[in-house]
Design a protein around this ligand. Structure first.
Ligand code: Z5A
Length: 211
């Protein structure tokens, strides 16, 4: 089985900015990478993403949002993630189930046991080998994201929502230190990337370069 690596954090912390950097590190170290994202990664998943992020007219029930995240994930696992892992490829995914714990569990305050039940149902035993959480204060993430584009349906939430999301990410890293690590993403990009490199080495995802 290949390695499964996921990248997480509140909006604007730099997931997109660091995805290519991580892919390059993995490829230099011999990994054959598949880069993908959630919600999305398949035709059905991308259609669900469009609904999830833009369906603003009459809102969306919180349970519908949660179930659509997992519907997109089930398709993603069946069509992209599991076939790649079984083919010994490394899957690098921009967000996965930790985002559901953070946004639907923390942000929306939905029942965590229901999320855990859905996780077991949809994923079985599969959990990422490493989840990198880029962490920065909400005001920094929002200021960076704000410079870029119009907010989508979820980005329109208030700061207290994103504070709960951030707090949940921090607590996930505390609960599962063997597979989830936190990176200080409030600093400049070069310093963030140094931390990412050191975590990939620490978690034995890549080998130290031979000098
Ligand atoms: N969601 C959910 O609710 N439940 C789930 O289960 C899943 C997802 C899977 C879509 O995610 C939404 O889906 C997301 C959670 C929800 N909603 N929110 N909010 P997404 O990942 O596609 O979208 P996003 O969170 O909005 O990501 P983003 O805004 O694209 O942020 P980012 O990728 O982390 O940031 P970036 O684009 O790399 O960087 C933003 C700017 O900051 C950019 O101008 C960079 O040049 C700059 N930047 C980046 N790093 C630095 C540093 N270190 N210093 C200075 N400037 C920097």
């Amino acid at each position: 089985m290949g390695k499964f690596i996921t990248l997480e954090g509140i909006e604007g912390v730099g997931k997109t900015s660091n995805l290519h950097f991580i892919k390059e590190l993995l490829e230099v170290s011999g990994h054959d990478c598949v880069v993908t994202r959630e919600p999305g990664g398949t035709n059905l998943g991308e259609s669900l993403r469009e609904i999830l992020l833009s369906h603003t007219e009459d809102g969306m029930s919180e349970d519908a949002e949660l179930l659509m995240m997992f519907a997109a994930r089930a398709e993603h696992l069946a069509k992209v993630i599991l076939p790649a892992l079984e083919n010994n490829q490394t899957v690098l995914c921009d967000r996965f189930t930790e985002a559901t714990y953070a946004y639907q569990g923390g942000g929306r305050q939905l029942d965590v046991d229901s999320i855990s039940d859905l996780e077991d149902w949809v994923q079985g035993d599969l959990r990422p080998d490493l989840t990198i959480i880029l962490d920065a204060p909400v005001e920094i993430g929002r200021a960076r994201a704000g410079k870029r584009s119009e907010p989508d349906r979820i980005e329109k939430e208030q700061d207290d929502f994103f504070q709960r999301v951030r707090d949940t990410y921090i607590s996930l890293a505390e609960q599962h230190p063997h597979r989830i690590c936190l990176i200080d993403a409030s600093v400049d990009l070069e310093s963030v990337q140094k931390q990412i490199l050191s975590k990939l080495l620490e978690y034995n995802i890549i080998d130290a370069p031979v000098c």
